[in-house]
Design a protein around this ligand. Structure first.
Ligand code: SF4
Length: 158
């Protein structure tokens, strides 16, 4: 479902964080980063069908308390933007995609990403330092997920 931007009261999310959020089980770059990420995960898990997302290529609510965010820019931006673009390309090919300046329901976004979980886990997760503790990556290593997503380590059927 698509909602008009002018009434936006949801979350800004970098494209690749659609993947990271699903695998989060409590690890992060610092305590404050982890607490913030936990709160973003809870916001989505609490009402993922009615909150809305604005997808972006720039720092988002997850980045806000990250020690890697310097002067409003990720210090790994060059690498991070490649991850965002990989997820963006997958979403762009999916039938629900209506464009960048659009708001989306989290359930739609997670479903579209998870239908392509194998390609995303190969491209986006390759070399990621959190692979060993990421619930999403581990799940996609053992089976192809087509109709479910994971938030905070919990499998949620869509
Ligand atoms: S600032 Fe960079 S490293 Fe930190 S959460 Fe954002 S994209 Fe990830």
């Amino acid at each position: 479902m698509v909602i008009l931007l002018e009434n936006f009261k949801g979350l800004r999310l970098r494209f690749h964080h659609i993947v990271c959020l699903q695998g989060f089980v409590g690890y992060g770059y610092s305590d404050s980063f982890t607490r913030n990420l936990q709160s973003v995960v809870e916001k989505i898990a609490d009402g993922y069908t009615n909150r809305i997302l604005k997808l972006t290529f720039s720092p988002d609510e997850v980045c806000m308390l990250c020690p890697n965010l310097i002067d409003g820019m990720c210090k790994m931006e060059e690498k991070i933007i490649r991850l965002d673009k990989a997820v963006y390309r997958v979403l762009k090919k999916s039938c629900f995609w209506k464009g960048l300046k659009t708001l989306y329901r989290p359930g739609d976004v997670f479903r579209a990403v998870n239908r392509n979980s194998l390609v995303i886990s190969r491209v986006v997760c390759r070399g990621c330092r959190w692979q060993d503790v990421c619930a999403w990556f581990k799940m996609n290593r053992v089976k192809a997920i087509t109709n479910c997503h994971v938030v905070g380590g919990e499998l949620i059927r869509c």
